[in-house]
Design a protein around this ligand. Sequence first.
Ligand code: ATP
Length: 298
Amino acid sequence: MTDINLHRSVELFAPAKINLFLHVLRRRADGYHDLETWMQKLDFGDTVELHLRNDGLLGLVCSDPSLPTDRSNLAWRAAEEFFSADRRGKGYGVDIRIDKRIPVAAGLGGGSSDAGSVLRGLNRLFDNEFSRAELCAMALRLGADVPFFVVEDDAVVAEGVGEVMYPAQSLREYHVLLVNPGFSVSTRWVFENLGLTRTLKESKLASFRKDAPALPSLGALSNDLERVTLAQYPELASIKDNLLEAGAELALMSGSGPTVFGLFSDLSTSAVEVRAIADRLKRKFGKMVFVARANGGA
Ligand code: ATP
């Protein structure tokens, strides 16, 4: 064990994400899909605490009893990934404590965010040993969405299987109303049922980048995965309709679903009005409804 003056513990906010746009470009020969997506972090999320230990072991506790507390938890694998690359932490281990608020398998990136937080937190405890690029390489080995939770940007556009990211415009002046219907959807199932007919779509990425001349109209944004999930769960279409009727500028499913979100501009809807809409939707659908801001918790 290297004798270094380390901080012993750290607490991190692990934000949920929404996909403001998700475009499936093609199915690749290796079975993965090339995507284009505009991802936005929210101020709604989990809390991840890390406590270093001196015995080289890993430990994990999670407030959600349905989640695994061993190697099959992505946060655990993130710690393994960090320690196997680490040059200073030989002999150290970590206890991870996750306070789970992000619904699981909901299209909100919960597991990826917890994993990204573990990488960021361990790097902080080990005196920023790794560059952001090195952390992103570790993150990508854990999953396509994990690098987004390692970088500082509130919003990115990502392409490929998530390995290429550019800072994107962040919708900080919007309220985000999330409606989770209370069941989970497997991302793998959605992709297996996508049945892509076209093999190549034209990239629209440039218009979403931070340096783009103008923000595209939000109403024109779409998620190619809705086709599969909405066909199976028609109530999601009804939630979308209700959000639009309530004045949302955009109502879309996030990721592979099933969470649906509505965007309400500060200019048109006050925080009090958004709360009232949330209460109404909760009464109508009896589901988990959350109000958030698109600022990654900053
Ligand atoms: P994905 O698109 O990666 O499936 P998602 O946001 O839809 O993301 P997650 O909440 O990350 O879904 O959960 C996906 C799966 O990952 C679940 O089956 C869950 O058991 C597993 N998992 C492993 N670790 C975690 C974690 N820390 N938090 C949530 N889920 C986790």
